[in-house]
Design a protein around this ligand. Structure first.
Ligand code: ADP
Length: 261
């Protein structure tokens, strides 16, 4: 009887702990949803007036009889406004892909095409740094199951980071393939660079909103710390997996596993 009493006591205690933890998780989820809602609302509210400012700037820039100083000030304002739009668009996308209510409409996505499109867009930036861009895609189609626009975004963010964080004359490679016999139902996109690399302590925080490395070589590049957070959320909502390996001063490899179509 003593044993039964003891077990019952423990069971009640466990149940109470479970209830407390469950409540805490719920509260954290509510807070997270509130934070996302706040970010989305602020981003929306900023976007409209900013679009109007940009329209007026464009009008002023094209007016005749401007002296050099005025024109160069207008250009500075224009560049600043464009950068703000990029940040706001990233915030809006982050809140969209982080919203569990907003579900993916999945369809087969040809990763070959995704990589080709991204490489086309990145070519100029890579050429400016004389980077070697290696692309390795099989002849047969590699089909992922997911949202084409979001998968495009994952690839674009990873490739643009690889180009950004690799010093001139370096190399970047992109490949897609079936994930292999261990994961026959997955496809994998790999983006590697021989760039500045990421320290072990930074690796642990990568993909957290607004996180940027304090490595001076990384700080020297413009950025917001939203790109990988977007990648992480998109991969999560596709029930995929993101693997990152890196060595400081040597380079980094990002592998994205997605369900195969
Ligand atoms: P951003 O590039 O706008 O700062 P990201 O979220 O894309 O934001 O990346 C977060 C941080 O991770 C970067 O600031 C940089 O320190 C590091 N990082 C990302 N990709 C690479 C890479 N390929 N090589 C080295 N560091 C990287």
């Amino acid at each position: 009887a003593l044993d039964i009493g003891h077990d019952l006591g423990r069971a009640i205690l466990n149940a109470r702990t479970f209830e407390r933890e469950h409540k805490l998780v719920e509260e954290l989820q509510e807070l997270d949803a509130y934070k996302s809602q706040l970010i989305a609302t602020v981003a929306h509210e900023l976007k409209n007036p900013l679009t109007s400012v940009m329209g007026h700037l464009e009008m002023l820039e094209s007016s005749p009889d401007l002296n050099g100083t005025t024109l160069s000030s207008l250009h500075v304002m224009d560049r600043g406004a464009r950068r703000m739009v990029r940040v706001i668009d990233d915030l809006l996308l982050l809140s969209k892909v982080g919203d569990p209510e907003n579900r993916i409409i999945a369809a087969p996505v040809d990763l070959h095409r995704v990589v080709d499109d991204v490489i086309d867009l990145t070519m100029v930036a890579a050429q400016q740094k004389r980077l070697e861009l290696k692309v390795d895609v099989p002849d047969q189609a590699v089909l992922a199951l997911g949202d084409a626009e979001e998968i495009d975004r994952v690839c674009a963010n990873l490739v643009s980071n690889a180009v950004k964080y690799t010093p001139a004359d370096g190399s970047v490679s992109v490949s897609v393939e079936m994930a292999g016999s261990e994961h026959p139902d997955q496809v994998v996109l790999t983006v590697s660079d021989a760039g500045i690399g990421i320290s072990q302590s930074d690796l642990e925080r990568l993909g957290t909103e607004f996180f940027r490395s304090s490595n001076p070589a990384a700080v020297a590049q413009p950025g917001t710390g939203l790109g990988l957070a977007i990648v992480r959320r998109i991969v999560e909502r596709h029930h995929g997996r993101l693997e990152i390996s890196s060595e400081l001063g040597k380079g980094s490899t990002f592998r994205v596993f997605l369900p195969a179509a």
